[in-house]
Every structure is written in structure tokens, then in C-alpha cells.
Write a protein that binds this ligand. Sequence first.
Ligand SMILES: Cc1cc2nc3c(=O)[nH]c(=O)nc-3n(C[C@H](O)[C@H](O)[C@H](O)COP(=O)(O)OP(=O)(O)OC[C@H]3O[C@@H](n4cnc5c(N)ncnc54)[C@H](O)[C@@H]3O)c2cc1C
Length: 384
Amino acid sequence: MGKRHPIFTDEHDMLRHSLRSFIEKEVAPHAEEWEKQGGFPHREVFKRFGELGFLGVDIPEQYGGSNAGFVATIVLAEEMARCNSSGVAASLGLHSNIALPYIAHLGTDEQKEKYLVPGVKGEIIGALGVTEPGAGSDVGSMRTYAVKDGDSYVINGSKMFITNGGIADFVILAAKTDREKGHQGITQFLVDTKTPGFTVSRDLDKLGWRACNTAELAFEDVRVPKSAILGEEESGFYNIMIHFQEERLYMAVGAVCEAQRALDLAIEYSKERVQFGRAIAKFQVTRHKIADMATEIEAARQIVYNTIRLYVEQEPCQVEVAMCKLFACEMAARVINQALQIFGGYGYMMEYPIQRLWRDSRIGPIGGGTSEIQREIIGRLLLQ
Ligand SMILES: Cc1cc2nc3c(=O)[nH]c(=O)nc-3n(C[C@H](O)[C@H](O)[C@H](O)COP(=O)(O)OP(=O)(O)OC[C@H]3O[C@@H](n4cnc5c(N)ncnc54)[C@H](O)[C@@H]3O)c2cc1C
């Protein structure tokens, strides 16, 4: 609201401006159709984003990125939220803001050449495989195993709810390399999806994020070389937790943007819709609802921006990140529910975009660590 927040600079404004005009012209007009189809022309869209340099805003220049820093990726996340399809935003965001940074931070030179360079160009698509059918919040209980065999590893197991899983060229896969060590025995591998033994078991049908592919994956005697290990052996759990920080901030940013969009739609509608001889915006109940929604959004926005500032300044902020994820995602679900209420019966109709925001926002308190897990993190750290 109002003045630009101090985390943003003129360079960020320029990036925002070019992203906004591109998204308004080339992405948003197709969102409705892609949501209905349950998919989008991912190869074409990823390449276009790559061509324009939007997939590597925080990737070093030597790998084709623009090295513009973490806040630039927040600008990308905010502008993507305006594309009218949280599914498309999730697919691209998972690749550019989650999968590629893993490789930039942890990859060897060889891995960076192989995945980061074409990944930034949008020529290949990444996925992150952590969750399993039997291991969600309890990451350490995963049962995908990678057994050492000479100079390679043989992987068996399955992964669940994997964003981009059915369209990806590579998966950053978490597997146990030591069964006895629990979460400390997890190693991450870069697995090409063309490797024999990899299959997409099924594409999942979802309540929201309809344009985004989410799949269950199977690994049956998938053999990868030792050089496919990402980062240190058995440092997987630690790396996942570190990268969760950024994922949770992106989810919080996305939630604020979705809630803002819902509020904007509700304000517009409430001024037009006439009942009992006056616009429903004239009822004090509606005005107060709108005031509460706007206040909640602003509170979430400020805690999110403040935490981003702490994060980029490398201040300890694990508690604050969990608070952002918890508060912003639950706030968005509440606010969007109220926005839908303002639309009355029209809010329940598929032809009005508010229903999509309502469906899409439901993932917020679930994905990237549930609200309950965020409360556990906050409570545990405060009670230490
Ligand atoms: C659309 C979508 C996309 C996703 N994308 C990816 C992806 O790309 N990669 C990936 O690896 N994963 C992905 N996930 C998985 C997501 O991270 C998990 O769904 C999430 O971590 C929760 O795991 P779960 O679904 O198994 O639920 P569970 O862990 O089984 O939880 C079920 C319920 O129990 C509660 N619960 C569990 N443990 C505790 C506890 N200790 N204390 C209190 N309550 C608890 C939970 O909060 C929840 O309410 C995605 C999920 C969805 C829905």
C-alpha cells in the first residue's frame, strides 16, 4: 500500500514493470483457458520466460542469470501472482525460485552446466521430490532408498504431490543413503527423468492450481552416477530445511497477492451490486468486512516484507519465516472466503474468478509445511 517498501529499489521497479507488461500481454489472457484445460503449453511458456531472462533473476551471470538478488525473485513471485492462474505461477515458480537455486547453491560446475544453464533458458524443467505417500510432514520417515553399487547408486521408491513431476526433465530427489540414520541419512540426487526405471505413476487431479501439473512418481532400480549427488552426501535433510525458508517466503508472498486480488475484486463488485435500492458497498457490514480484509492483508504484507529484509540481511529469522507462512496463508484463506461471501451466489459460480482464488488459496496452509508444522517450529524455537 502507498509508498514502495524499503526492501525494493529502482532496479526492482524496472524488473516489475517489464514483468507486469509481459504477464498482462502474454500470460494472463490465456489463464482462463489453461485453467479449464488443466494444463498449459509448458515448453513454449518456459522458453518464453527464459528468453526474457525471468527464470534466472537470482542466478549468477556466468550461468545465464542476472544475479539481481533474492528480492528480485520476490518481485517475480508478486508479478506472477497477477497472471490469473496460481497454477501457472506455481509451475514456473517451483522451477525458477526453488529448483534452480538448489543447483546454484549446491551444484558442482558440471551440474551447473548441465542443469542450470538450460534451466535458466527454459529449455529444461525442474521438480523437487521430497514428499512420499507415507512421508509428508515427517520428512525423515521417507522410504525412497539409494543403494551404492560401485560408482553409482540404485534408487527405489516413490514420491507424491510433486509439482511439475509429470512434465519435468529433472527431479531434485531426496532419498535415504543410510537406512539407519533417519533424517540424517538423506541425500539429494539430480535425476534425469529419461533415466530407465523412472515413471510418472499418475498425474493428480486437484481442487486448485488446476493448470499446474502435480504427479506421483515411481523410481524402480533407477541407476544414477555418484556425480548425480547434489551437495554433500547425507546433507539432504539440512539442505531441504534451509531451502524451505525461501519456499515459505514465496508461499507467504503469493498468499498476500492472492488475498489482495480477492479484495480488489470484492471492492469492485460491492460498488456495482445493488440490493435493497443501494450498492452493497453502502451497507456498513460490507464496509467493515472490507476494512477487516484490508487490515489483515496489510498486516501480513508487513510481516512478510520485514522478514524478507531480515533474510537478505542474513539475520536469524526461522521463527519469523514460519510466522509469515502461517499467518499469510491462513489470512489469505480467511480473506478470500470473505471476498467470496461478498459475491453472494455469483461467488459460487465458475464464471467468476473469485472461486478460483478460493480454491487455489486452500493449498497455502498445507504445502511447504502445514500450518500445524509452522506452529510447531515457532513454539519449539520460542520454548527452547
Ligand atoms: C498441490 C501440491 C503441491 C505440492 N508440491 C510438492 C512438491 O513439489 N514437492 C514435494 O516434495 N512436496 C510437495 N507437496 C507436498 C506438501 O509439502 C505436503 O502435502 C505437506 O508437507 C503435508 O504433507 P502430507 O500431505 O503428507 O500431510 P501429513 O503430513 O500427513 O499431515 C496430515 C495432517 O496432520 C497434521 N500433522 C502432521 N504432523 C503433525 C504434527 N507433528 N503435529 C501436528 N499436526 C501434524 C498436518 O498438519 C495435517 O493437517 C505438494 C502438495 C500439494 C497439495
